[in-house]
Design a protein around this ligand. Sequence first.
Ligand SMILES: C[S@@+](CC[C@H](N)C(=O)[O-])C[C@H]1O[C@@H](n2cnc3c(N)ncnc32)[C@H](O)[C@@H]1O
Length: 288
Amino acid sequence: MEWILAAIAVGVLAALLYWQLIIAEGAYLGRRVVTLLYDWSAHVYDRIKHFDSRYEQYFLARPITSALFSFPNPLVLDVATGTARLPRALFAEMGFRGQIVGLDLSRKMLEQAVEKTAPWADRITLIWDDASRLPFPADTFEAVACLEALEFMPDPDQVLAEMVRVLRPGGLLLTTNRIGKEARLMPGRTLSAEALEEKLQALTLEMVKIRVWQEDYDLVWALKPGICTPLGVRQVTALLRCPECGAKVTRESDHFRCNKGHVLPIAEDGIVELVRIRDAEAESVPVT
Ligand SMILES: C[S@@+](CC[C@H](N)C(=O)[O-])C[C@H]1O[C@@H](n2cnc3c(N)ncnc32)[C@H](O)[C@@H]1O
């Protein structure tokens, strides 16, 4: 009898772990667990996902490039860029001549991104940071994307609001909505298409379109109201803001410095490590 109870307990525990760590990818256990899981799996992430470059071109790069056709040098922000799946698809697209900023909270995923975007290193800036406070001024990017990631973040509404804030009026927002049977195993983290559309409209977005994409995700397209006139090539220094005080920054040899003296480190592999500043900031907050 005892061994049956023990076997049931082991089975329940295994199912719980499978749910929390494999299906929900740590989403209910906080951002540190999510990041740790991505750090551990970064080296096999692309292999697990079986990305097909033709498929990526057809569903992602080509429609984004067409939507941005009137901008000779579009600036794209890819939130939770992971191994730079979206930047790679865009750079491989003939008509795309823009610059990309990729941001992610997993350092190891970004290391993969550095390697995989090496042929386009002069057109991409990779930032190690949390998506909930984007270090850019309002109305900066012609397109802002976040693929297959919102449901793993503690406050997806805050991230969506940030994405809309940094998007230029007239700019394109692209995100994903988790669907399929696994979506039902992530209560409170997934939305119906109708609820998501309402949420995006409440953020003032218009022309919201939700399209079938993969077994687990729909693609969600929307526009920020307004008119976007083309701008020339912009340097990352003109975009980046100090996470500590919001001031503008200038590039010095191996770091950025804001005009209030805060240092934004750039690692040897080129990744801008804003997490370091945020961690230092959090440690300096007095516990009340
Ligand atoms: C399933 S992957 C998607 C990566 C990429 N967008 C793609 O489509 O391949 C989810 C990504 O979200 C990132 N992520 C999770 N929470 C984050 C957060 N709070 N801020 C920034 N990135 C986060 C993870 O590190 C991981 O790289």
